[in-house]
Structure formats: C-alpha cells, structure tokens
Design a binder for this molecule. Structure first.
Ligand code: GTP
Length: 431
C-alpha cells in the first residue's frame, strides 16, 4: 500500500503569485482548467496501490479547500484528507508531526509532492526504480536537468552516474554545483522517520540551549525559532547524501515550478500539450458554427464563446466565461466569470475572476519563456524589477473584478483586484 502527501504551504506562501493568490490558495489556482494540485492528485490516482492522499498545510480549513477535497475524493475514488499544521513547520516538520496518520495502515512507501510544481510526474517509474535499483534506500528525489545559470535557484544534486546514489546535495548554492536539480517530488520509505526523529530531537536540544542562553534578555520570545520546524532539503537531504540512503531518479519529462503568474501560463501550455496524449476529450475541436481553434485550447463546458472568436494556441477559458464576437485570445488563462467583449485581443495574459475587458481593447504581456517552440524548455525565472528599478516585461495579470474599458491597451502590467481602469497602461503595477 502506498500513500501520498501534498505540501501546500499556507497564506504567507505564494507571495510571488499575487494578486492571484489573494483570492484563493495558490494550490487551487486553475491551470489547464483544473486546480494546480488536481494534477498531482490525478497523477497519484494512476499509481496502483495508492490508497490515501494527505494534503498538509497551514491554511485554515476553508470552503474552497474543503469543496475541492471532497469533489476530488469522489472523482478519483481515493481517500483525501487535509491536515493542518498549527504554524508553518517547514517542508518536513508537518510530515514528522503527522507521522501517525501517515503510517496508519502500514504503507510500504509514500510520495511527498510540493504543490508549487507542475509536470508529467513519473510516479510509477519511481516506485519501479526503488524496487529494481535501490530497494534499501529510504528516499528518492525526482531530478531534472537545468541550465548552469538556472541551477543555483534550486536544490542541486551530485550523483554517482552509474548507481544514481546522491553523493552531495546543496540547496540553492552560491556557486555552481550541478545542473541536476531537485524537482520537489519524492518517494520515501517509513525508514525516513528515523532521520526525521534525530533531526527533531537535535532541533529541540538546540532550541533548549538557545532559550537557556537568551532567557535573561527582556522580552525574549521562547517560541523562536520554532522547535518543530524541519526543512526537508537542508536538514534531511544534506546529511543523508552519501549514506546509500538517498537516490535520484532523473527525468526528462516536462517539469517546472509555479512560483509566478508567468509560470502558470507556461504550465498551462504544457498541461494542455499533455492532454493530447492523456485526455484528448478535454481539448476543444474545430467544427461548424464553433469558434476557430488553433493548437491546444481548453473551454469549460459552461463558457459561452461566440463562433467568430479565434482561440489558441495554449488558451484556457474558465467556467461561465463569456467570449464575444471577433475576440482573439492566445497563450492566456481566462478565469471564472470573466467577460471578453467584442473584438478585444488578449495575448500572454491572465484575466482574473469576474473581470471584464472592453470592446476593441488589447491586453498583452511578454512571455518569460524564451523558446516556446522547444518542447519542455525550462522556464527562465526573471526578476520582477530591473537593476534600475523598472518593472521587467512580464505577462499581463488582470486581478479579479477589474473593469478594463473599451479601446485601450494594457501592456506588461499587473492590475490589482477591484480596479476600474480609465486609460492605457504600459509596464506598470496598478494599485
Ligand atoms: P522558495 O524559492 O523560497 O519558494 O523555496 P522553494 O522553491 O524551495 O519552496 P519552499 O521550500 O518554500 O516550498 C516547497 C513546497 O512546500 C511548496 O509547495 C510550499 O507550499 C510547501 N511548504 C513550504 N513550507 C511549508 C510548511 O511550513 N508547511 C507545509 N505544509 N508546506 C510548506
């Protein structure tokens, strides 16, 4: 029996995803028509013997999360539960804290998946790899190749190329270590809990010593640093490297992080491409009296799209969206309840929930992805601002409930929710 854990973080996380994460938890943001973690759950549901998914985070349970969990549970016929940390416990603190729930039913192994990644997750292959190549390992990290420049933003892995044993692990190194990076998808056996326990006890002791040394300081807070915080990457992987306990399973399939809105548009494109193989029925088709479809497009069945509209490639039209006459949309996510009025043109953008774009208006962004034609090329992660303090070109994000008037141009801008715009904007954050 196998289980899976999805680490969803909490309200202070997802800051680079604002303003979209102001409306709903980032893990529920829809990409290619479904919430980000729906894609994780779907991947888990295809692993034989995977019986339970535990979603661990420090969000207060809320209606959107509860509804999502019960719907997914029904759809995939798999047990899914949300476990709430009382505070941010780090990427391994929650796993240790909820160890009894994880170990109930004696799972042979369990996956741990960061919620803020997307990909064509080779979960069954990871199980097979453990069985065949490293049955004594307590952990396997899914790894992928990045460019030299990109690698330093990730956990970097040095492996034994023959056995795939991890010899050295450095999280976001300051100098170049390796182009093989950690994808934030892991497979563990229950033996990992002995390493977690050692780290937990050591942290407790350090915390005790720290408090003991500082308790004479007026106003000293005995709660800092939180004694239950464990970081999977720094506290567990670094000491486990080179002990024959930790291996890497390299993949060349699509994988990316989803940290920014630009990355969501990138993920949208790749999940739509995957639908060609896995769910062709989810992709819109050309037909008599239908809008013209170019490439991969997802249209929610409740959306109303005028037959003269032209959509694609790489477009997602959400629930109850209205797309008017002569509208052109490409490389864009249009969220629930939005209205695109006649002849507007939306390129490389996200249009927020219940926003409206006026007639003949142009909303346009600049993709971060330098090479959209190269299959699964890794996304560049640019800084939001240039060295002289200007906003770097990015996709355009229209927050929720924004009114964009007719006959204006909104270029490379981020519009916060509930704005009533009254002109053209270029390279601006509209507060
Ligand atoms: P950044 O570049 O700083 O975002 O670091 P990172 O890419 O290594 O991401 P981070 O370690 O912050 O998060 C990885 C995943 O774990 C994300 O899906 C987070 O939502 C989740 N996560 C991070 N911290 C916590 C935590 O304290 N508790 C839980 N349950 N999840 C967490």
């Amino acid at each position: 029996m196998l289980k899976a854990i999805i680490l969803v973080g909490g309200p202070m996380k997802g800051t680079r995803f604002r303003p979209l994460s102001l409306e709903l938890p980032k893990p529920l943001f829809p990409v290619a028509g479904f919430p980000i973690i729906y894609h994780h759950i779907e991947a888990c549901s295809q692993v034989p013997g995977l019986r339970e998914i535990l979603v661990i985070g420090f969000y207060q349970p809320n209606e959107a999360l509860n509804r999502f969990i019960s719907q997914s549970q029904q759809e995939f016929q798999i047990q899914i539960r949300y476990l709430q940390e009382y505070t941010a416990l780090g990427t391994a603190g929650g796993i240790y804290h909820f160890r009894d729930q994880i170990l109930t039913g004696s799972p042979e192994m369990f996956f741990v998946m960061n919620a803020d990644v997307c990909g064509d997750f080779p979960l069954c292959d990871m199980v097979q790899f453990h069985k065949e190549k490293c049955p004594d390992a307590s952990g396997i990290i899914l790894g992928t190749e990045a460019t030299r420049g990109q690698s330093q933003n990730f956990g970097c892995i040095v492996e034994n190329k023959d056995t795939h044993e991890i010899l050295h692990y450095v999280e976001k190194p300051e100098t170049f270590v390796s182009t093989l990076i950690n994808c934030g998808i892991y497979l563990f056996t229950p033996e990992i809990f002995s390493t977690l326990e050692v780290t937990f006890k050591k942290n407790l002791e350090d915390n005790y010593n720290y408090c003991d040394q500082n308790c004479h300081i007026p106003g000293f807070d005995f709660q800092t640093p939180s004694k239950e915080v464990i970081r999977l990457e720094q506290d567990i992987f670094i000491p486990l490297a080179s002990t024959k306990q930790l291996f890497v399973f390299p993949t060349s399939r699509f994988w990316s992080q989803i940290k920014s809105a630009g990355a969501a548009v990138y993920a949208n494109r790749h999940y739509l491409t995957i639908y060609q193989r896995t769910h062709p029925e989810r992709l819109a088709k050309n037909g008599e009296g239908q809008p013209r479809i170019i490439g991969d497009v997802f249209i929610h069945p409740t959306a109303s799209v005028h037959p003269t509209a032209v959509l694609g490639p790489n477009v997602t039209i959400g629930r109850n969206v209205t797309v008017g006459e002569g509208v052109r949309v490409r490389e864009t996510i249009v969220l629930e309840g939005a209205t695109l009025q006649a002849h507007c043109c939306i390129l490389h953008s996200i249009v927020g929930w219940h926003s409206s774009v006026g007639v003949w208006t142009r909303v346009e962004g600049t993709p971060n992805d330098p090479n959209p034609n190269k299959p699964f090329a890794k996304l560049e992660i640019p800084c939001m601002f240039s060295s002289d303090g200007r906003l770097n070109p990015s996709i355009t994000v229209i927050g929720s409930n924004v009114q964009v008037p007719s006959e204006v141009i909104i270029l490379n801008s981020i519009v916060l929710p509930h704005k009533d715009l009254n002109g053209c904007y270029k390279n601006q954050i509209i507060l």
